[in-house]
Design a protein around this ligand. Structure first.
Ligand code: HEC
Ligand code: HEC
Length: 281
């Protein structure tokens, strides 16, 4: 150690190092800095003791992220059970008018829909040719909660005793109508939505052969799952060829029954979800 020396300009002690006449001052670290530094050391020692720092050793506080996860999961399960119990005993109308139950049912229903229904109806329920769009308020078999529940539970032409069932006759294939009569009635059908000119003979054929299911005005009949033919929504297509094909060979869309595959809670959640998609009555 070299002799201590006081710098004349600043009055501060020097370290004794000198380069080309420039001397290094021995300025002490500020007190606040030193205290902060000591505090972080004390904190780190405490932290080591309090929290699980070394493998296999829990801190004295007993906290671990595993324990926290477990308790949070238990809380979620308990909260779910609370809803599920309430949900089980609630009617579809009660679920639909209770904000919390509705939220629960819609979230569950959306997930079950992706798993079970999206293959045919599309992941958003928008449908496809032969598979109805579930987002609109055009319903083949009815759009009330109970209608939708029955459709999902028993299916359509599924073979289940309670299934929704009906069969449009194959007017061409079974020779119920002549070729010309089919041409005329197809024109009449297309005229209902303004896609063709009125056809008098077709209107008569329609009244005699089709109105029983599709209604006199062609606006459909939910007792038979007969589509509205007077709107812009078509299950099988609206061009002359598609409609002629519908009349000639008839259509018979099949939707499976879910009674055996999904439990009643799941069907209820799906019902509320489908009802909420936009067109629920
Ligand atoms: C194998 C294909 C298929 C699957 C899977 C399927 N559906 Fe359908 N669904 C159909 C067809 C086809 C129709 C229309 C039947 C008809 O033409 O009347 C239909 C009709 C419906 C209707 C009636 C629509 C109306 O306008 O009245 C509802 C509601 C419905 N499906 C809901 C569901 C739900 C919910 C699921 C899942 C649990 C599901 N579907 C799974 C094929 C399917
Ligand atoms: C026994 C009842 C019944 C009768 C009678 C009937 N239909 Fe239908 N029709 C249906 C049903 C049910 C469907 C829907 C089938 C399905 O969903 O797969 C349908 C579907 C159609 C479609 C397809 C609609 C679309 O959206 O793609 C057309 C077109 C049609 N019918 C025209 C006629 C005409 C024309 C007649 C008379 C010559 C007639 N139907 C008689 C029950 C009937």
């Amino acid at each position: 150690m070299s002799e201590k020396e006081i710098d004349k300009v600043t009055g501060t002690e020097t370290t004794g190092h000198e380069w080309d006449g420039i001397r290094e001052l021995n300025t002490p670290t500020p007190r606040w800095w030193l205290l902060t530094w000591l505090a972080t050391i004390i904190f780190s020692v405490w932290y080591y003791a309090a929290y699980p720092t070394f493998p296999g050793m829990d801190g004295y506080l007993g906290w671990t992220s595993h324990k926290q996860l477990k308790s949070e999961q238990a809380e979620i399960t308990a909260r779910k059970a609370k809803y599920l119990n309430k949900f089980k005993s609630a009617s579809l109308e009660e679920i639909n008018s209770d904000r919390e139950l509705l939220h629960f049912a819609k979230a569950g229903g959306a997930a079950f829909f992706k798993d079970n229904c999206a293959t045919c109806h599309g992941s958003g329920g928008a449908g496809n040719v032969g598979y109805p769009n579930l987002n609109d308020d055009d319903w083949l078999w009815g759009g009330t909660l109970n209608d939708i529940y029955t459709t999902i539970k028993y299916g359509i032409r599924s073979g289940h005793d309670e299934a929704r069932d009906s069969q449009m006759p194959a007017f061409g294939r079974d020779e119920l109508l002549e070729k010309q009569e089919i041409t005329d009635v197809v024109q009449h059908v297309l005229s209902l939505s303004g896609k063709a000119k009125a056809n008098t003979s077709g209107a008569v054929i329609f009244a005699e052969n089709c109105a029983a299911c599709h209604g006199e005005d062609g606006k459909g009949g939910q007792d038979f799952g007969a589509p509205n033919l007077a709107d812009e929504i078509w299950l099988y297509g609206s061009d002359v060829q598609a409609v002629t094909n519908s009349v000639t060979n008839a259509r018979a869309g099949m939707m499976p029954t879910w009674e055996a595959r999904l439990d009643d809670d799941t069907i209820k959640q799906l019902t509320v979800y489908v009802h909420s998609l936009g067109g629920g009555k």
